[in-house]
Design a binder for this molecule. Structure first.
Ligand code: ADP
Ligand code: MG
Length: 222
């Protein structure tokens, strides 16, 4: 068994004639927190989308738990999305007609968790992210930072072993940013989960186990 959650080798991606990712490789261990920084337009989101199998690569290999993703059938991709990987984006989409708690319950229900356990888990996660008194608020009744906390609680609620974050603090003010960062690194929230965090936030980069700079379509360890 591979101790890597995800391994990518020699990835390529182009849009038209524009080569964005040019032969980059990356391995993520169980529980490892990896940051990728880079200038705007350097291809960070493109790379994240490739790794998360949200977009099609033009070359290279991606393995999940040692299995070649090129051999994945539809149901394996579905299983990956339900229970192995999850996502937090800069402005994460929440279900607007549902409360914070229901947003997490829905996700847990999709991943097959029973009702009672889902109730307990969603309440304890929302408490952990500091939204104990906001569980029944709808997304529009929450601040940007609070919405991001719901998205993070939702992402960690399933059995996922790798969470992809694309600029998770990108649209937050300093105070909200700091508290989301503390949540990612100082709380028990991500304890056993690996994380790939794409960011241009230096503080976040400094707190990761491993950090890379994406430049010229390749990752350089920094
Ligand atoms: P970053 O996240 O680092 O800011 P992106 O990965 O979003 O950068 O974009 C990298 C480059 O690829 C940019 O020049 C962007 O214009 C281009 N790009 C991204 N998505 C597409 C697309 N769907 N079609 C064409 N070009 C794209
Ligand atoms: Mg981006």
């Amino acid at each position: 068994m591979s101790s890597y959650v995800m391994e990518a080798e020699n990835l390529y991606k182009k849009y038209g004639d524009l080569e964005i990712i040019k032969g980059t490789s990356l391995k993520i261990k169980e529980g490892e927190k990896v940051a990728i920084v880079g200038k705007s337009g350097s291809g960070k989101s493109t790379l994240l989308n490739l790794l998360a199998l949200l977009d099609r690569k033009d070359g290279g290999k991606i393995y999940y738990s040692g299995k070649d993703s090129d051999d994945f059938k539809d149901e394996e991709i579905v299983r990956l999305r339900k229970g192995v990987i999850s996502f937090v984006f800069q402005n994460s989409l929440l279900f607007e007609d549902f409360s914070a708690k229901e947003n997490i319950l829905l996700t847990l229900s999709i991943s097959g968790i029973g009702k009672k356990e889902a109730e307990e888990r969603s309440e304890s996660l929302l408490s952990l992210v500091g939204l104990k008194d906001r569980m029944n608020h709808r997304p529009r009744e929450l601040s940007g930072g609070e919405r991001q906390r719901v998205a993070i609680a939702r992402a960690v609620s399933t059995s996922s072993s790798l969470i992809f974050f694309d600029e998770p603090t990108g649209s937050l003010d300093e105070e909200a940013k700091k508290s989301v960062e503390d949540l990612l690194f100082s709380s028990s929230l991500l304890e056993k989960k690996a994380a790939l965090i794409v960011t241009h936030d230096k503080d976040l980069k400094d707190r990761a186990d491993t950090a890379y700079l994406l430049r010229g379509g390749r990752l350089e360890k920094i």
